[in-house]
Design a protein around this ligand. Structure first.
Ligand code: B4P
Length: 196
């Protein structure tokens, strides 16, 4: 069972590449950003709280995303491996993910970190903002999301190092298909080494 976590700053291509990798490896793709946007679209009381956080570039509370994600995973058939896109985004989420996977006797997922410079990220997200209609794709919020990424999400890498969990870093700059090819090369290498 192959499980992957696509990790990286906002706009690094997590969503874009996860879809392509899910198809290539036959994995179930779950984007926590999409799960939250679906929740917002339901228009419940919780939706308003979530939208208020997303629109200013803040993360939603850990307990909320953990609950939403594992409820979603429980509804799946469980045969395919998973590709999680945008999760974990905090040290605590990473700890809980490993606990949960251990409890299910699933292999600890490979963290695939996409590396892209901030100026390129800003350009991509401003471009997406012209068509996405997303409340968080404008300059002030994007800069806030970068800050949140450095302060709250980068420690995920620390967690993976400390717990000796599998991790690779991939250059996320270039045409979309070039980045996909880099990712497949890195992931295939990991699979080969794990089988030896
Ligand atoms: P996400 O939906 O995960 O959004 P993201 O980080 O902005 O996008 P991503 O990196 O997937 O970029 P994409 O491929 O689309 O999160 C949104 C919000 O939800 C968060 O800020 C947070 O509030 C909340 N949230 C989500 N998960 C959470 C969690 N676990 N805990 C707490 N809160 C959570 O690429 C961006 C653009 O670049 C696209 O337009 C794409 O076409 C373009 N692009 C991609 N690759 C390219 C390339 N190689 N070259 C040029 N352009 C490229």
């Amino acid at each position: 069972m192959l499980n992957l976590l696509l990790f990286g700053p906002p706009g690094s291509g997590k969503g874009t590449q996860s879809e392509l990798l899910a198809e290539h490896y036959g994995l179930e793709h779950i984007s926590t950003g999409d799960l939250l946007r679906e929740e917002v679209a339901k228009g419940t009381e919780l939706s308003q709280d979530i939208e208020a956080l997303i629109s200013v570039g803040k993360l939603v509370p850990d307990h909320l995303i953990l609950d939403l994600l594992f409820k979603h995973i429980n509804q799946m058939d469980g045969k395919k491996g998973l590709i999680l896109d945008g999760f974990p985004r905090t040290y605590h989420q990473a700890e809980e993910l490993v606990k949960e996977f251990n409890a299910r006797q699933w292999p600890i997922p490979l963290l695939v970190a996409l590396d892209v410079e901030e100026e390129e990220l800003l350009e991509r997200l401003l471009e997406r903002g012209k068509v996405s209609g997303r409340s968080d794709d404008h300059e002030e919020t994007i800069r806030g999301r970068f800050k949140v990424y450095h302060e709250q999400s980068e420690p995920v890498i620390q967690f993976f190092k400390e717990s000796h969990s599998p991790m690779i870093e991939i250059d996320g700059v270039g045409a979309i298909d070039e980045v996909t090819a880099n990712l497949i090369r890195g992931i295939d290498q990991f699979i080969k080494e794990s089988n030896n």
